[in-house]
Design a protein around this ligand. Structure first.
Ligand SMILES: Cc1cc2nc3c(=O)[nH]c(=O)nc-3n(C[C@H](O)[C@H](O)[C@H](O)COP(=O)(O)O)c2cc1C
Length: 241
């Protein structure tokens, strides 16, 4: 496959449907040990880079890390950081206490998924660093020009049968990553996205019921039409107790 040949190819067809895809783009943290072909990476990154940004400045850049020497080193760095951060969170948020003592509880299963995720982060098929070129001093809303692109990326991955996770695992190794990957100082590494074929199946996202989240006219007044469609799965906010 060459760049010339690929430039003649339309994007792959997907039959998920935009709304169905939105409602089933869950965070996927377990991947099959399969590479992501360039054709699919191109489609996913094309979708990401079609995202909106302030004044259409397009300050987003995506650094794709697969299996080159720098990529392997960066994945290792982020993997070590993730392991340390997760261990801290696991004990701080009491993942092994309360209902977490029962290994079949949602809390314990989440902890097992996270443990597997961080232990295998350095060998995920693809790791992508979404970056923001800062053209003025940081503002509270600057993330609004990078995070929609990240969600586009995850939605496109979902459409093509891949799964991904947006995380902040890179924060503690930010300086090392800038050096290793020759990222300029005025560029912010805004997250870490991992990507691959899901080891399990896609499923519906779980959120609080629509009427708890949508108001009309005044605060906490839910409109009559704020009702979930049939089969909606719910969950409470935040870590499980
Ligand atoms: C701003 C943000 C930061 C996140 N950070 C992490 C993270 O550091 N590690 C991780 O495993 N997941 C992370 N996530 C994924 C969330 O945990 C996940 O989206 C949330 O629990 C809802 O689950 P779902 O995406 O499967 O519906 C993050 C998501 C967002 C939007």
């Amino acid at each position: 496959m060459s760049a010339d040949a690929l430039s003649q190819e339309a994007l792959p067809y997907d039959d998920v449907g935009l709304l169905a895809g939105l409602a089933s783009t869950r965070t996927i943290r377990r991947y099959r040990d399969e590479p992501v072909p360039e054709r699919d990476l191109r489609a996913i990154l094309f979708a990401a880079t079609r995202a909106p940004s302030g004044s259409n400045r397009q300050p987003f850049r995506f650094l794709v890390l697969r299996d080159g020497p720098q990529a392997r080193a960066a994945k290792r760095l982020i993997g070590q950081s993730a392991l340390a951060l997760w261990n801290e969170k696991r004990s701080r948020d009491g993942y092994d206490k309360g209902s977490g003592e029962d290994l079949s509880s949602p809390k314990a299963r989440m902890a097992a998924t996270m443990q597997h995720y961080v232990e295998n982060l350095s060998t995920v098929p693809v790791l992508i660093l979404p970056c923001l070129i800062r053209y003025r001093p940081a503002t509270p809303s600057e993330g609004a020009s990078i995070y929609p692109a990240c969600q586009n990326l995850l939605l496109a991955a979902r459409a093509l049968g891949y799964g991904g996770a947006f995380t902040g695992w890179q924060h503690h190794v930010d300086e090392e990553l800038h050096r290793l990957l020759q990222i300029p100082n005025d560029v912010v590494i805004a997250g870490t996205i991992t990507l691959g074929k899901p080891a399990g199946a896609h499923g519906p996202v779980r959120r609080r019921p629509l009427d708890e989240l949508v108001f009309e006219e005044t605060w906490e007044q839910s409109p009559w039409w704020a009702v979930d469609p049939p089969g909606t799965s719910h969950t409470s906010a935040g870590p499980k107790s």
